[in-house]
Design a protein around this ligand. Sequence first.
Ligand SMILES: [Zn+2]
Ligand SMILES: [Zn+2]
Length: 165
Amino acid sequence: MRSRPLALVERPVPVAGPGEVLVRVEACGVCRTDLHLAEGDLRSRRPLTAPGHQAVGRVVRPGGGDGGRVGVAWLRSTCGRCRQCARGLENLCPESAYTGWDADGGFAEYLTAPAAYVYPLPEDAPAETLAPLLCAGIVGYRALLRCDLPEGGRLGVYGFARRRT
Ligand SMILES: [Zn+2]
Ligand SMILES: [Zn+2]
């Protein structure tokens, strides 16, 4: 494990490619996965990639106007054609790409992301409150969907353990 693996660097504002949006980051959560990537527990796919996949920000329109608040999460893109994508199991898509692993994430002031994979977010909550919902919140929500909770039932969600390999 390396200590102090992150470095502050200056880079130009990225340019959104076809089908992408430019996002000015308001806040970004820190996930354990970011630490795994920074410390080398997870193999880097793209050297010097900015971490951060719980980003809340504002879309910067091509003319500079405000395109609204969005969230950028771990799953950056999928093929949309394979068997896993067709079954709604996009996270198992063999061509899936990830924010902060395959592309720069929200530890930067700006990032680009496919427009189809950013989530519109409400304006009436602080960005730092919304940010963790984009990773831990998604995991918990998925658990809620899968548990078939009866009407009025209670769901307890406890600390998420990672699988050791
Ligand atoms: Zn995460
Ligand atoms: Zn796919």
